[in-house]
Structure formats: C-alpha cells, structure tokens
Design a protein around this ligand. Structure first.
Ligand code: TYD
Length: 348
C-alpha cells in the first residue's frame, strides 16, 4: 500500500469510505511512505512496516484487525530488475503470496467460520500472457499463460497459487490482470516517469530497441476504480482483465510526452525534448506487444476506463512537475535515510 498502485488505491479508498485500512508494506526501494502523507493523522489508516513473507507478523495483523478483505498489491514489478536478479521477485511475489494465502485462509476458517463474504483480491498483470504479434487478438481471461520474463513468471506462479487456494481450500479469491499503469506516484524506473524526469534534466531518453514495442496504457485511477468494483461485486474464483484501451508504440508515447513538456516548460533549455531521444540496446526477451480485452469486466461488472490517454498523460506530466519534493525524495536517497530513521534499517 506504499507502492504506486497500492498507494493510489488506499488514498482513493480512504477518500470514499469510512471503513478502516491496515496498510502493510515492507518499504523496499519502490515503496514510499511519503505517498501516503495525505493520510497523516487519519485514524482509519493504520500503516505497518512489514513483509508479507513474515508469517508471524501477518498472522498477528489478521488476529488484531480481523479484516473482511485482503487486497494484495505487494510485488516486485520492474522487468529490468528481474532480468538482473530475480531472487527478490521469487521471494516477494511467490513465497510472499503463499504466506499471505496461508494466513488469510487460517483467518477465514478459524476466525470467520468460512464467511462467504470474505475476499482475497490478488492484483496481477497482463504480462503472464506473454507477447502478442501486431495482428493478434488482445489478451482475454482465457488466453493461455506464457510468461516470458522472470517477473512475469513470478506473477504467473502467484496466480496459480491463488487459483489453487480457491479450488482446494475454497478461499473466496478474486484475480485481476491489468495492463501498464501510469499516473501520479509511480517510481521513476518505469517508462513514463523515467522519460519525464530525464527530459526535465536534459538526460538522454533511452528507448529500447526500435521503439516499436506496444503497451496498452491504463490510468491508475481507472485501475483502482475497477478493483473497487471487483472487490464489491466479483464472483469468487473468477479472473478479470483490466485495460485502458490505449495501445501506443513506445516511441510515439515518448514523442507525445516530449511535446507536452515542450508546451508546459516553454523556458526549458532542453527544448525540443525529443532531441534527447536515444536508441539503446534492447531488453533481453523484450515482449513486443501487450493489449487487453476488457470485455468481461465491462459486461459482468459494468466497468470501463474513463480517462482518455492523452488527457491522463498531460495530467501525469503536470503532477510530476508540481511535485518536485516527492520526486526529489524518491530519487535522492534522502527518502531511504528518513525511512531508516523512522522505521529502523531492518524490516520491523
Ligand atoms: P516498463 O515501464 O518497464 O513496463 P513493462 O516492461 O512492464 O511493460 O516499460 C514499458 C515499455 O517501455 C517496455 O516496452 C520497455 C520500454 N522501456 C524503454 O524503452 N526504455 C526504458 O528506459 C524503460 C524503463 C522501458
């Protein structure tokens, strides 16, 4: 709940509901407690620094707070890091999900008497489906799994665990597969914030390969709205794809972003920002195209994306320009010092 999507979800939840949230986050490099600053002093938001793989800690939280639902966002998610070293991905995404499932099941059985209203919502990715050719139909919920990166494989493994805990133990699970998210609070290792912040400071904009890879962009506020609907009305054991209906080639996206920056920063010495675009060596195993068919969630639960990509992109650029302190915090390392000071240098 201190990562990009989780923090957006928790902020949106607390703005809409009186129901309390216990927010468990290990505060690794991409988790940022500063993202939750608007909730300071809110008695309905309880922040706990801890690891989903710590069974004692998680069991204690279930006993203390008796949640009616778990919304599981905790994951290592950056493909390039998983190529470099997958250990943390296996630990958090696979082992951590297993621990969370075990603790949730024990709580569901022992403390709730198998309450059919309990929910375990597992937030996954479209990357478990592999890569599409230019003319292939978009991923649907029945597309066979074909994870290509160590990251995608770890998420696929966690999806299978969630499926098995429903099938075998009856845990009321819900699973979602989203396309690439963008919006406020995203850590600047992912394409959009990375390009944005590099362009602002006149650094090269590293486009992998030929820049013709396609991603299907989903505004994080649309994603969170979809998750609320799934949590509210989704039938346990089912899966839903969530996409923004906004397929873009990376190079086109980076050009659009540079154009927005040219307009919003007319005095920048780095205009035209597109002159900073640099083609670099491709990512190994780089998936060519992702695209989501979100017909099921539209038909069953009435959700469709509301944010037009060009509007969402401009709003996102504006957000990063207006939140220099947040950006400085996550990029300077001073944020890490602050976390260690307040929470201790080891996971509490
Ligand atoms: P990314 O944000 O890492 O998400 P994912 O790999 O999960 O889709 O990357 C989005 C696309 O942008 C992907 O095709 C890789 C590409 N990319 C670049 O070209 N340069 C970069 O510096 C990064 C981080 C990504």
């Amino acid at each position: 709940g201190a990562g990009f999507i989780g923090a957006n979800f928790v902020l949106g939840w607390c703005a809409r509901h009186d129901e309390p949230v216990v927010n468990l986050d290990a505060l690794t490099y991409a988790g940022n407690v500063a993202s939750l600053a608007p909730l300071a002093g809110n008695p309905r938001h309880v922040f706990v620094r801890g690891d989903i793989g710590d069974a004692d800690r998680v069991a204690h939280l279930f006993a203390a707070h008796r949640p009616r639902a778990v919304v599981h966002f905790a994951a290592e998610s950056h493909v390039d890091r998983s190529i470099h070293d997958a250990a943390a991905f296996i630990q958090t995404n696979v082992v951590g999900t297993h621990t969370l499932l075990e603790c949730a099941t024990r709580h569901w059985v022992d403390a709730t008497g198998r309450d059919p209203a309990f929910r375990f919502l597992h937030v996954s990715t479209d990357e478990v489906y592999g890569s599409l050719g230019p003319d292939d139909a978009a991923f649907s919920e029945t597309t066979p799994y074909a994870p290509n990166s160590p990251y995608a494989a770890s998420k696929a493994a966690s999806d299978h665990l969630v499926r098995a805990w429903h099938h075998t133990h009856g845990l009321p699970t819900l699973t979602t597969h989203c396309s690439n998210n963008y919006g406020p609070l995203q850590f600047p290792e992912k394409l959009i914030p990375l390009m944005l912040l590099n362009a602002r400071t006149g650094k090269p904009l590293p486009v992998y390969g030929d820049g013709a890879n396609v991603r299907d962009w989903l505004h994080v506020s649309d994603h969170c709205a979809a998750l609320r609907v799934v949590l509210d009305r989704g039938v346990p054991g089912r899966t839903w794809n969530i996409g923004g209906k906004a397929e873009r080639r990376n190079l086109d996206l980076v050009h659009a972003l540079c154009g927005i920056l040219d307009t919003m920063c007319p005095d920048s010495p780095h205009r035209p920002h597109a002159s900073l675009i640099t083609f670099v060596t491709d990512r190994p195993g780089h998936d060519r195209r992702y695209a989501i068919d979100a017909a099921r969630i539209a038909a069953e639960l009435g959700w469709t994306p509301a944010v037009r990509f060009e509007d969402g992109l401009a709003q996102t650029v504006r957000w990063y320009l207006d939140h220099a302190a947040w950006v400085d915090g996550v990029t300077s390392g001073r944020y890490r010092d602050w976390v260690d000071l307040h929470y201790g240098s080891t996971v509490a």
